[in-house]
Write a protein that binds this ligand. Sequence first.
Ligand code: SF4
Ligand SMILES: [Zn+2]
Length: 145
Amino acid sequence: MSRDWALAAPCHGQDGFTPSEDDWNTGADLKRLCGSQLAACGPCPFRAVCIATVKPAQAKFDGIAGGRLWCNGEVIAALDDVFEDELTEPKLRASCGTEAGAQDHKRHGERVCPSCRQAEREMAQRRREEKAKRPGQLQLDFATT
Ligand code: SF4
Ligand SMILES: [Zn+2]
């Protein structure tokens, strides 16, 4: 995907948006270090795409993105006119080797990877075993297999 928007953003070429970890310890330090840069995001038309790209909450980001100052992935300061819907980050995918991972593969039109397929098989097997333990269900199971 093109990152042309980043070149056109007000922060392009400016320092102080992501301070080095050595320079701060607390949220108050971060505010002191880059609080004043927040104003650059004011006229920026790319706040939503900025957040979608940086994924500050997921990445436990420290610094300025999308009109907010983040510390360990949480907003500690924001411009007055920020919108909730700018905060939508792409959903985290389930890890591989789980049944949810297999579902995510299918949802994205991908081939289910071996470890997810294995997890799926194990879960199906476990469910069959659970069912078999319930006497009332036995006949039904046999009838359908
Ligand atoms: S929202 Fe702020 S940090 Fe993000 S691109 Fe715009 S100016 Fe830069
Ligand atoms: Zn997988």
